[in-house]
Design a protein around this ligand. Structure first.
Ligand SMILES: *Cc1c(COP(=O)(O)O)cnc(C)c1O
Length: 451
């Protein structure tokens, strides 16, 4: 019988991140300056990012060395375990082998610390004193707060107002690590004031909070901005998930037939999938790579592949990506980390080129899968990760139907111990599905920039 937990030693932790840009058949179109709409140059980004991250953003080098200072902090929780979900397999009575890579062991409780640490490190090395960022549900804010604390940087987090009010304990976590947490939209920035003038009761959105954080960073020399997903350098940092998982699957003696990750901005999916896409591009494997998103925010499955703003006010670069339109206001579904209007340009391009697949699921089926998983394996998945859990369950049931010993690998991007109110709603039958109405989608897409 094969092992239940496949571990790597600290010595086996990857020394380099994997950069998919070295192997893509075609690269995404260049991002544009939001004001001039001309191709974005390094100098456009220098006001808010350190040069090392800008270089990574456009690098086509296949392997990029992980600095020792970053590896030292990664060692706190990395390499993360790969676990065979044997009890889930049994509960489903499936011949499929189900493996999950567990990123909830990080001190932040999710994969987001994998990029927060190098982002804080490169900013510190560039002489920056303070970082500004946004957070939706709070996971990214917590991760960046921890990373800034490790590197002795100040951190200001613009937190979407609805979460700020509904999830006060996430704010406490950020404050424990020394961050200044502000409800967004706020009256501290021009962007915030502009939104409040138009919508005084605005509950905020990620797109608005990004505008505030970018403005904050652009205005101050000692401050840079940090983004927790979407960008190429974030996907690069997350590749450590897939690199470890690949080595662990090799130890287990199986190559996955399908690799699954949930997708908001696309970075944890990129993290688990990109190192496997490498083999696919080289024609060595037929493995399917599946990104799973909510039906209420169906960026990959129903969005348009188009140039769009990264934020609501139009301060962030215009990127070619799958988008629902920067003015899109997502419904209050319970996977707060999957509510961004756009998605990584790299992930979008790979979808266009047929190298990955995307599906969407409703939140009631997602929570049903999460409970089934929790009861079988004893671990509570984050609502975001539960999209991957339910997709893996569906794969395992298909394999059963077909009588196939399919090998399934999915990324458990975080634990759900901070999401118990959402579980309560599900258990009391109060959770509903919110498929995005066609007219809402049309309306938001009408406001795409003309380029
Ligand atoms: C933020 C978050 C996600 C979604 O973000 P991606 O950039 O798509 O990875 C998924 N899972 C968890 C636990 C998160 O906190």
């Amino acid at each position: 019988m094969s092992e239940l937990k496949i571990l790597l030693s600290e010595k086996e932790m990857p020394t380099h991140w994997y950069n998919i840009q070295a192997d893509m058949p075609e690269l995404p179109d260049t991002p544009l300056n939001p004001v001039t709409k001309e191709p974005l140059g390094p100098q456009d980004l220098a006001a808010i990012f350190p040069m090392e991250l800008i270089k990574q953003e456009v690098s086509q080098e296949r392997w990029i060395e992980i600095p020792d200072e970053v590896r030292d902090i990664y060692r706190i929780w990395r390499p993360s375990p790969l676990i065979r979900a044997r009890r889930l397999e049994k509960a489903l009575d499936t011949p499929a082998r189900i493996y999950y890579k567990y990123e909830g062991v990080s001190p932040a409780g999710s994969h987001k610390l994998n990029t927060a640490v190098p982002q804080a490190y490169y900013n510190k090395a560039a002489g920056i004193k303070r970082l500004s960022t946004e957070t939706g549900a709070g996971q990214w804010g917590i991760a960046l707060s921890q990373a800034c604390n490790f590197f002795d940087l100040e951190c200001t987090v613009y937190m979407v107002k609805v979460s700020f009010n509904q999830k006060p304990y996430r704010k406490s976590l950020m404050e424990i690590f020394g961050s200044n947490v502000i409800a967004s939209p706020s009256n501290l920035t021009e962007s915030g004031r502009k939104i409040l003038a138009e919508f005084p009761d605005s509950n905020g959105s990620l797109g608005i909070a990004i505008s505030e954080a970018v403005e904050d960073a652009a205005k101050r020399d000692d401050t840079n901005y940090a983004l927790g997903s979407v960008l190429n350098h974030v996907c690069l940092h997350q590749s450590i998930i897939g690199l470890e998982a690949k080595a662990q699957m090799e130890k287990a003696g199986f190559y996955p037939d399908v690799v699954i990750g949930c997708s908001g901005g696309g970075s944890n999916f990129a993290g688990i999938a990109f190192p496997f896409i490498n083999d696919k591009i080289a024609n060595k494997s037929k493995t399917r790579l599946v990104a799973v998103e909510p039906i209420s925010c169906p960026t990959l499955t129903r969005g348009e592949y188009s140039y769009d703003y990264g934020d609501v006010v139009g301060l962030a670069p215009i990127m070619k990506m799958n988008t629902l339109g920067a003015s899109f206001m997502p419904p209050g579904i319970h996977a707060g980390g999957l509510r961004y209007h756009g998605v990584s340009p790299l992930v979008s391009k790979l979808l266009q080129d047929g190298l990955i697949d995307a599906i969407s699921l409703g939140q009631t089926s997602v929570f049903q899968g999460a409970i089934l998983f929790a009861r079988a394996e004893g671990l509570i998945p984050a609502p975001e990760s539960s999209h991957a859990v339910q997709a893996a369950i569906n794969e395992a049931l298909e394999a059963k139907e077909a009588g196939e010993a399919r090998t399934i690998l999915f990324n458990m991007s975080g634990h759900g111990l901070l999401d118990l109110p959402s579980y309560d709603l599900y258990l009391s039958g109060k959770l509903e599905d919110f498929p995005l109405p066609e007219e809402d989608l049309k309306k938001a897409l009408e406001r795409l920039p003309h380029v």
